[in-house]
Every structure is written in C-alpha cells, then in structure tokens.
Design a binder for this molecule. Structure first.
Ligand SMILES: C[S@@+](CC[C@H](N)C(=O)[O-])C[C@H]1O[C@@H](n2cnc3c(N)ncnc32)[C@H](O)[C@@H]1O
Length: 802
C-alpha cells in the first residue's frame, strides 16, 4: 500500500525509534535521527530505511499495534540503520586522533560517582536493552611481569595512548556496574585521583569479578581512551592485564593452619576466589615441618580449582598432594587426591590421563566405588575415541536435556595436511563409503542460548555493527577457558584468523597465562560453527537432527568451536555433511571418499545461487570459492539461469499439487513437460556430473506419485532421472541396485529422495522382488545415515512407507 510522504516519514521514524531502543545508541542521538527524518531533511534515509525494514518483513504499514511486536526469530539488522552508528564511530575516531597525547584532565570524584549511579539506574530500568561490544583496533596484551614495569599514577595518563612499559596501581572507587560484556566503574589511585574504567570481557579473574573487592590491583600497560559519550576511560581488553595485588597488613598475620581454615570457610560460603587466595597464603606460610598441612591445603586448592574450571592447576595440585603413595596412614587422602586429579583430566578431555589416575586410586583402595565407576566411564570414552562407536540413541535423547554430552572425540580416520584448496585441510586417512562416520568431535567450547551465563550483544567490528548474537558471549567464554587451562591453548591459537596476535607462544606473567583477546576473537570469527537447537519431540522424526531441520530459539544462537572440524575447507559440492548432536559435531560421507582425498563440507547451502554463496563466503571467510559447481555456474549464461529461476515457481506449485494427490492427467503431463524444460536449461557439457537441483522438488513428487499408484516402472524412470540430476548414477536390475556419485551436493531435498527410495523398496517387496528391495533399503539407509548423522528415526521411516 502506498503511503503519503509525511505518513511514511512518521512510520519510518516510529520504526526507527523501536529499532534504536534495542541498540547501543544513546537516546539523544536516536532523537536526533528521528527529528531529521520527521523534518523531511533526509528523505533519502526514509526510503532506504523503509526498504530495509520492509525487507526484514516488519510490516511498516500495518496498524501501530502490529508494528510494535517483532515476531521474527532473530533480531535482524537493517543495513541503513547501521550507517547511523558508523557515523558516530567516524566522529569518535576523529576526536581520538585530535586528542591523542593530550594530558589527562583531573576528574571530580563526586561527578564520576553520580554519572555511574545514573548509568546504573538506566541499566536497571531498560531491561530490554541488548548489550554492545566494540572490538577496537587490536593491541597486544602486556607480557612483562609487573615488577619490570614503571609505576605511574592516574595524573601521568595521556589521552588515546597505550602506556607501554608502565603500570597503574589502583583500587576500586564506588560501586561498579558489572554487566556481561563490559563492566563500567571507577578506580582511585594513591593520590586520591579518580578515573573511569571499562573492562571488556576481561572481568573475570579466577571465576569472580576482579573488581568485586575493594582490593588493590595493577593495570598493566593501561590503554587510556575516549568513549562514544566523550568521557575518558581506562580500557582493559586482555584478562592478564589486570593483576590483583596483595597488600598485606601486618595485623592480618595468620599461621598456615589459620589461612587454611579461612580458605575452608570461604569454600563453604562458595566464595571461591577468596578461598583460593587463602589456600595460596597457607601454602606460602607453611614451614618445612608442616608437610601434612601443605598436602591437605593442596588437595583443597585442587577442589576449588576444579570448581573454577581451572583443570590444569587442579590436576597439578592434586597430584602434588600425594606425598608417599605407599603410606597407608594417609590412604584416604590419596584416594581424594587421585580422584580430583582424574576428574580434572577427564574434564579436559584427557581420558588417558584420567584413567591412569583412577587406576592409581584403585591401587590405594581397590574397593572404592566412585573410583571404579569413574574408571569405567573414562574407559568408555577411550573406546569411543578408538572405535568411533557411540550410543547415538542415548546421546541424542540426553542432548535434549543437556547439550553438553559426555562423549569423546573420534578423529583417527582423518589427518591435517597442507591443502591445494587453501591453507591446511582435513584429509581421509582411509577410504569411506557413503554414510560412514568420518569425524565425531566434542566441542572445545560452546555457548548455548539456553545457558545461564549466555548473553546477546551487538558487536561493532571493523566499523560494522553485526546482528545481535551470542557470539560475544562465546568469545568471552573461550578467552576464559584458555586463560584457565593453558594446556589447551593451541586448540585455538593455531587456528586461522586475520590477526596473528601473540601467536602460539605460551607466555606466563605474574602467574597468569597471557591470552590475546583480539587474536581469539579473530580465530573464533573464522572458525566457529553455529549449532542448531534440537526441539523436543523430534526424537523419532526422520532427519530431525540435521542443521536445516531444527528451529532456532528466538534471541540467541548456539556456537561451538571444534578445532579438528575447523580444519575442513569448504566446497559447494562437498563429500561430507555435518550434523550436530548437542555439542558433538559429526561429519558423515555423502559419497564414497578415497584414502588421501581432501574432506570438504559446505559452509553455506548450495541451493543459494552462486552469487549469494560467493558473497557469504567472501564476507565471512574471505575467500572466493573455485569448486567445480561455482566454476560451472559462473560459465553459464545469465539468461538460462534467469529462465530456470522463473520456472522454479511453477515447479514448486506443481510439486505441491502432485504430492497432495490432487493432480489430474493434465497436471501430470504438464509436470513431465516442465521437468524436461527445466533440465534442458542446464548445459550438459558445463554441468557434467554436477548437481542440477531446479527440477528436483517436482521430480521427487512425481516419482512418489507414480510409486503410490503402483506404476513402478514409471516411478523408477523418474527416480533414475532424478539421481542423474543430482550427479549420481543409479541403476537397478533384477537383484542389484548400484548407486555411485562423483560430486556431492548439499540440498535439503535429499531427505525426500531417501524417502522415495524407501517407498520404492516397499513397492518392490510387495511385488515379490525381495532381494532388490533389500538392496534398495540398504542404499537408502546409507544415504539416510549420511544425511541424518545417526540411525535414529530410520525404523519409523521404514514403517511409515511400508
Ligand atoms: C575454517 S578455516 C579452514 C581451515 C584453513 N584452511 C586453515 O588452514 O586453517 C576457513 C578458512 O580456510 C580457507 N578456505 C576454506 N575453504 C576454502 C576454499 N574452498 N577455497 C579457498 N580457501 C578456503 C579460507 O581462508 C577460510 O577463511
């Protein structure tokens, strides 16, 4: 419906207002934009925005009640509106450049506190507001120990400067505003000067907020910058750039035993960071003669570190607490120590080491029930790792309750090597048949939208604002996991990214592992996988677990890092397909693969046209795909392509009529003619064995129709033709079924093809051709496995078509 210009301005302004309320745009800026729109000064924006909103299916011209609700699953981003933010960023960059090197202007402590209090109030009232994270120009973390840095005061800071070689010693001033992404607060130095501080992602230290205490801490090589609201602030991005400082008061003197008791009471009240510090104090206060006390403290420390997810340390401390394994007087404490060490190894995915510690435990007490049970569990993981045999039924059912599964990675059938496609790639260490399990990998780190600590954030990166997602939450979690478990660093630091950062170096400064947050950001941008959310009730549904078949929860996504799968390069004609079960990623062969062949999967769906695929691949992964399908589709004349697109609509309409059984002879004849017409629009010498999917929906419908009517010969003819279009060669003689494929393809229509095969098998069985029916069923099952990942649902599918 046409709207008059003033009405359109009003509608766009209203929609923009709604949009801005959800975004990191200060209200006064938002008003500025809507005022401009209403004044008619910027009708160019009005048209662009109207188009943006329209293309997001937010009906701009609906009644005001309808327009309030955004019912789409994800919050989408109208491109034009991001320009408004980009304008802000440009302005800020210019301000920063102008003010760079200016001396810091002293702040009034009361003003700072008042501003923070307003921010806090605002944050409490605008519960709808989604957080915002700005990824600034990367800068390296400090790798110098605090003692080697020159101590400076707040008065020494200069604007827009990284103070390399220096450290600020400060303590918290006033309360702070801890939010998921960025913690905003103020700090005070020894001179009583006060300054704003922003901790980006780096807020957690040993599981608790670094600012949670009134204690002193050092900010190593502080970055003093200017925020978007023009306020100066100290910005911290790397967790190891903040170091808590123990300023012991002589009045606080405690004996080792007292420190240990203090640690125990902190542990009871779940104050884990404090418990940890008290135990560390106990260890340094303990004298040579207090060996048993030291061992007991180490065991307690291991327990705290286990809870904090610091598994490397927990394992080390627990094993160090075993003084003399043959000393029967302390047998019980050795059982505890081995148990904690083993659990830590298990949680790191190091099942071999876990099993070893559980065995040591059983040597001390062979009747220990927990030890026996856990050893069995570790051995079960080792069996999965070695054989690739999993209880997929159980895992799938469990994943609906808790997506983090107790399962090991099976990766012995693949190797990483240099690839001709690009960089490193994954290669087959053995030959595979269609449906074979190529890789089953447990995620290194995941964020599920349903996680308690997961959050949504808009991300400003490289001057662009991206759709609000949980990816920032995942970034934070990965940085934390790496800082806590340095033995796993290379799982992420060896991944490809745009920013090399500190590379694969393992640097420890001031007892903290240095993790370059920007490097991890870059690696996760390029290498993470989106994980679909399984929907309850789909357990028995065929193809219930493929990425395309499950719906996402609104507002948030699931993200995971699978370091081995991340080595897999892309192809639009892949030889594997990825399927997720909870936090497990499976790659199944979708066609026979020879030993040594590169394993590829499709990063984007093939059904998107070549231009759409190119754009996605280039914007996210920065490469131009030169697979056979892209090359073929590039060669093809645009006219043929357009013509096919035009006919696709009718293909879809007719497919519906044929599958719902309402097609008469006229429609069936039209269907056959249309399939022929669409087929002829593919140039045979360009496509050869490549998939040509345009007539597929109608072919599937027609084949099923023929089979339903008992016209097997006609059904088989359509099916053979259909396979040919998919790049397969299909032949059926009296007792044998042969199906082979040179090029693979990702299409969500293949499940229908499997169903058609199952139907054909049932038809042949009914007419007494049981051997052929068995062969058909077998072929269909392999295809099903390749598509579905797990056998779940297969029996139901068979029954439904019988
Ligand atoms: C997830 S990683 C795959 C592993 C990567 N090749 C490596 O060496 O770490 C994705 C990156 O691999 C490269 N890549 C993947 N598929 C490609 C393809 N078909 N052609 C060219 N480069 C590709 C691109 O650089 C892309 O950003």
């Amino acid at each position: 419906m046409e709207a008059s210009m003033p009405k359109m301005r009003q509608q766009v302004a209203r929609q923009l207002n709604l949009w801005l309320q959800m975004r990191p745009v200060p209200p006064e800026k938002g008003n500025k934009y809507t005022d401009k729109i209403l004044s008619g000064e910027h009708d160019d924006w009005v048209f662009q925005l109207a188009e943006s909103f329209r293309s997001q299916s937010q009906d701009l011209f609906a009644s005001s009640d309808d327009a309030e609700g955004n019912s789409s699953d994800e919050i989408q981003l109208p491109d034009t509106a991001t320009l408004l933010l980009a304008e802000d960023v440009k302005e800020l960059t210019e301000i920063n450049a102008l003010r760079k090197g200016n001396a810091r202007i002293s702040k009034d402590a009361k003003d700072v506190a008042a501003r923070l209090s307003t921010d806090r109030k605002q944050a409490n009232t605008t519960d709808q507001k989604i957080e915002f994270v700005a990824v600034v120009q990367p800068y390296p973390p400090c790798i110098v120990p605090l003692n080697d840095l020159k101590k400076i005061k707040l008065a020494d800071l200069t604007e827009e400067t990284h103070h390399r070689g220096s450290a600020l010693i400060v303590k918290r001033h006033d309360t702070f505003l801890p939010v998921m992404v960025t913690t905003v607060g103020a700090v005070e130095d020894e001179e009583g000067e006060v300054e704003d501080i922003e901790l980006h992602l780096a807020s957690a230290y040993a599981g608790e907020h670094v600012l949670s205490q009134g204690q002193w801490f050092a900010i190593k090589e502080p970055y003093f910058t200017i925020r978007r609201d023009n306020v100066t602030t100290i910005r911290v991005d790397h967790p190891s750039d903040i170091v808590p400082i123990n300023r012991n008061d002589p009045r606080d003197y405690k004996s080792a035993m007292q420190w240990k008791d203090t640690g125990n009471s902190f542990f009871s009240s779940k104050e884990l960071r404090k418990a940890r510090e008290a135990y560390l104090a106990a260890l340094s206060a303990a004298g040579e003669t207090e060996q048993p006390l030291k061992m007991a403290t180490l065991r307690n420390l291991a327990r705290v570190d286990l809870e904090l997810g610091r598994y490397d340390k927990a394992c080390e401390e627990a094993l160090a607490s075993v003084s003399d394994a043959n000393d029967s007087t302390v047998a019980r404490s050795h059982v505890t120590a081995y148990y904690r060490a083993a659990r830590a190894s298990y949680l790191l995915g190091n099942y071999e080491k876990a099993a070893k510690s559980f065995r040591e435990l059983l040597k001390v007490d062979s009747s220990d029930a927990d030890g026996k049970r856990e050893l069995e569990r570790a051995e079960a993981r080792l069996a999965e790792r070695d054989t690739g045999h999993y209880n997929f039924d159980k895992l799938t059912a469990t994943s609906l309750r808790d997506p983090r599964l107790d399962a090991a990675t099976y990766a012995s059938r693949v190797v990483v090597d240099q690839s001709e496609i690009g960089g490193r790639g994954l290669f087959a260490a053995q030959a595979f048949e269609t449906g074979d399990l190529v890789l089953c990998e447990k995620a290194y780190c995941t964020t599920f939208a349903s996680d308690k600590g997961s959050f949504l954030a808009w991300k400003l990166y490289n001057g662009k604002l991206s759709t609000a997602s949980s990816v920032s939450s995942f970034w934070k979690q990965t940085v934390l996991k790496l800082s806590n478990n340095p033995s796993t660093l290379e799982k992420v630091t060896t991944l490809e990214g745009d920013y090399a950062g500190i590379g694969t170096k393992h640097i420890v400064a001031d007892n903290m592992t240095v993790v370059d947050a920007f490097q991890i950001h870059s690696a996760t941008e390029r290498n993470t996988f989106g994980i679909p959310t399984p929907v309850k009730g789909q357990k028995t549904k065929a193809f219930g677990y493929t990425a395309e078949n499950v719906s996402k929860k609104p507002l948030g996504d699931n993200v995971g890092l699978f370091p081995t799968a991340a080595m897999t390069n892309h192809s639009c004609v892949p030889n594997t397909r990825k399927i997720f079960i909870g936090d497990l990623l499976l790659l199944r062969a979708t066609r026979p693969i020879t030993k040594g062949e590169e394993i590829v999967h499709a990063y984007v769906q093939t059904k998107a046209g070549v231009q759409a695929r190119r754009q996605l691949l280039e914007s996210t992964w920065h490469f131009r795909c030169s697979c056979k399908l892209c090359l073929a589709q590039e060669q093809e004349s645009g006219e043929r392509n357009k013509h096919r697109d035009m006919l696709s609509k009718r293909v879809g309409e007719l497919a519906k009529v044929v599958s719902n059984g309402s097609a008469g002879e006229r429609e069936l004849a039209e269907a056959e003619a249309l399939i022929k017409r669409v087929k002829s629009l593919y140039e045979q010498d360009v496509y050869e064995d490549l998939p040509r999917t345009a007539p597929l929906p109608l072919q599937v419908a027609l084949a099923q129709h023929r089979l339903r009517r008992g016209q097997s010969a006609k059904g088989i003819a359509v099916l053979t033709d259909l396979f040919d279009m998919l790049g397969w060669s299909f032949s059926l003689n009296n007792s044998k079924v042969a199906l082979s494929r040179k090029e693979g393809c990702e299409t969500d229509l293949v499940p229908d093809v499997v169903e058609t095969l199952v139907r054909l098998s049932a038809t042949q069985r009914k007419s007494g051709k049981s051997s052929q029916a068995d062969h058909l069923e077998n072929v269909a099952r392999r295809l099903y496995l390749g598509l579905n990942g797990v056998p779940n649902g297969w029996d139901q599918l068979l029954k439904s078509k019988a």
